[in-house]
Structures are given as C-alpha cells and as structure tokens.
Design a protein around this ligand. Sequence first.
Ligand code: ATR
Length: 285
Amino acid sequence: MGEIKGTTRVCGLIGNPVGHSISPVIHNTLADLCGIDMVYTTFKVEKGAVDTAVKGAHALDILGLNVTVPHKQEVIGALESVDPLAEAIGAVNTLVRTEHGYKGYNTDILGLERELEEEQVELKDSPVILLGAGGAARAIAFLCVSKGAKEVAILNRTEEKAAVIAEDVNRHLQSKAAYAMKLSDYGKLTGENYVVIQTTSVGLYPNCDDAVIEDEDFYKRAAVGVDIIYNPAETKFMKLMKAQGKPAYNGLKMLLYQGVSAFELWNDMKVSKENIRKVYENMQK
Ligand code: ATR
C-alpha cells in the first residue's frame, strides 16, 4: 500500500460481518497500480445504524463506500439519489459521494455484466435459467431481462420467492420474459442452449460436493454455465456442466469487476486491462 498522507482519500466497506472481505485487497491494489492517493478499509456497521453511518461518512468527506449484508436494501433510504437500475433492483452496493449526499449504484450487476461480456456469454435473445431466488438472483433477473434475454426461467426451492422476482422484473421492465418455476420441476424445461446462472448457496465451501441439480440431462440442455460462487474456484455445478462439454465460469470475475466498477466511479477513470489482470492475479493468491 502507498504511503497514507494528509491528502489520502478514504473509501471503505460497510456491513456486518466485514472482516472476511476481499474488497480491501482489490481496492488497495488498484490504488497502487493506478497511482491514486486512496485507501480502503472496512467499517463494521450494525443493523439499524446504516443511516447514521452514511451521514457520518459524508460529514467525514469519505469518497465512496461499498455496502454489504445486511444493508444493501436499507441503505437506499439514506441516499441522495439512486441509479435507475439499482433502484429497480432494490439493492445498492456502491455509494459515490456527491455534494449533498451519496448516489447509489449496483456494481454487483455491472460486475456480472462485464464478466459475461469478457467470457462472451450472450444474454440478448438467449433463453436463461436462473437457479435460486435470493438477492443475487433478483439483481441478475433484472440484468438478463434488461439485456433482452428471450426468456428467464427462475427456478427456486421456494417457488413463491421466484414468483415475486418474476413479477417485479416484468412489471418494471414491461416484459413477459421472466417466469417462476419450482426447482424440482426443472424437467419441464425442454428447450436447448440455455445460459444457466447458479445463484444459490448450494456448493459453497465447505459443502463443495453439492449442486442444486445433479441430473446430467439438465446440463445437456445448457450452452454455458455461470456460478456466482468463487469459493471453491470450481463448484460441483461447474463440474457437472464441464462433464457435458459445456463451458462454466465461477464468480471471481464478477467480484473483480464489481470492485473495478466501484473504483472507476469513485475516481472518475477507467482502469486499464493490464491493471485489471494484475488485480485478478492478486485475488487468486
Ligand atoms: P443471496 O441474497 O446471496 O442470493 P439468499 O437470499 O440467502 O442469498 O438466497 C439463497 C438461495 O439459495 C435461495 O434461492 C435459496 O432457496 P429458498 O429461497 O428456497 O430458501 C437457495 N438455497 C439455499 N439452500 C438450498 C438448498 N439446500 N436447496 C435448494 N436451494 C437452496
């Protein structure tokens, strides 16, 4: 990390817990590589204290914040303005300082968009299957429909949660593309060449041998698989996908690009491909 001086700007992560976060590595490496006089740390903020934290951060001239569990929804009430996509999703993970408060963005979704672009996974006119209906699935459903996916089947163990997301997405984006299904009904999907995005917590370390769907016929219908999990680096879902000869990617680049996108917003710049590659290497150490 560069020397901290009187001019050094502060950014950080608010949430609880925050101690395990890889974001300080991403941002402090980026600051070093790009020669930006900025330091990034974590701030543990208890549930219910987010409004006070955001006001205090503004008073302290903090340049930008990332927001994680449990504040991604609640923080919206503390903001000066919200980017329209983040507002529709109902979740914000990045705050950018403006004169009178912070503007909220959802760079989780910008991160996935950049990962998909880089891996040449095309959403436009593609059939998409989303596994899961938590906060991540909600944001991804918005991305898929807004990018012109032909259909977005949201499959969840608790079908009602998938139905709420499908309805919200279709209403906000004036679309009919999203629909809900019970996870165990996956056999009813009879199309081909699906982009399958795995957003459930199944397969996350230490339960590395689990996948929400084990049936190889399901994976035969896929064109490509993306798991938002990055620990382990290769999930059971990815292994099942690869066993059918299909490409599969983990969530590490999504995490990388959510950070890069936030850094670019805070510092009003574009990070070079070379520096992005170096940060990615650092994250894998
Ligand atoms: P996030 O906000 O990170 O997306 P979340 O809100 O905790 O995470 O959502 C976890 C997702 O994993 C949900 O879709 C959950 O299904 P339910 O809505 O039915 O709970 C899914 N999930 C977790 N454990 C699961 C399991 N054993 N089998 C199937 N789905 C599971």
